[in-house]
Write a protein that binds this ligand. Structure first.
Ligand SMILES: Cc1cc2nc3c(=O)[nH]c(=O)nc-3n(C[C@H](O)[C@H](O)[C@H](O)COP(=O)(O)O)c2cc1C
Length: 187
């Protein structure tokens, strides 16, 4: 029989691992910044809306409030160090874009670019910011999504090639490794 133990209900890691993304913003001065984010998810299909939970102290938050736009970059194993640095250094003190040697992938509808080499990029316009605790939920509209054609197929990400990076806890990341397809006819 399975036994259960009680853990701290404040320990949100029970809902991890979650994909770790890169959020790119462009300030009014033209400066690019990148931050790691794993509290990101789709929340509505009609109309299509995503949320990104952003701590109000982040440099990213300041820029998002000013510009109401960003890109969500889907990244993988080969980007782990970039994610870690983007998630532990702040744009308040460091020009992470330069430090990490990132190259922009121009967006069509917004000023903030994607990151060259990312598996996919979603151009987002922020519709509203909703405060929850120390964070604001940025409710955003996906204006344009691009994916690397070698990594995306009819089931979505081809996990044999796309090593989508997921954040477990602290310095620990994991990779999804198995596709489970429910046979047709099952509910
Ligand atoms: C894997 C990972 C996921 C993170 N997820 C989020 C997140 O969803 N929201 C957030 O506000 N900060 C998140 N952070 C923390 C920010 O990335 C971090 O505080 C960063 O330094 C903020 O950068 P900025 O000040 O340049 O915006 C995460 C950090 C890591 C390493």
């Amino acid at each position: 029989m399975n036994r259960y133990i009680e853990i701290d209900p404040e320990d949100y890691h029970v809902l991890h691992p979650r994909p770790a993304y890169l959020i790119v913003t462009k300030g009014r001065d033209g400066r690019l910044n990148v931050m790691a984010a794993s509290w990101v998810m789709p929340v509505s299909e009609e109309p299509p809306r995503y949320i990104v939970s952003i701590y109000r102290e982040q440099y990213t938050y300041k820029i998002v409030k000013e510009t109401m736009e960003f890109t969500i970059n889907i990244v993988g194993e080969e980007h782990a160090e970039i994610v870690w640095k983007a998630g532990t250094l702040s744009g308040w003190k460091t020009d992470k874009w330069k430090l990490l040697g990132l190259e922009p992938l121009e967006s069509k509808h917004i000023g903030a670019p994607g990151v060259k080499g990312a598996y996919g990029v979603v151009e987002c316009r922020v519709e509203k910011l909703i405060p929850v605790g120390e964070c604001d939920l940025a409710i955003c509209e996906p204006l344009r999504t691009i994916v690397r054609s070698d990594l995306y197929q009819r089931y979505g990400w081809d996990l044999r090639r796309a090593k989508i990076l997921m954040h477990q806890r602290g310095r620990v990341f994991v990779l999804p490794g198995k596709l489970i397809i429910i046979p047709k006819g099952k509910r």
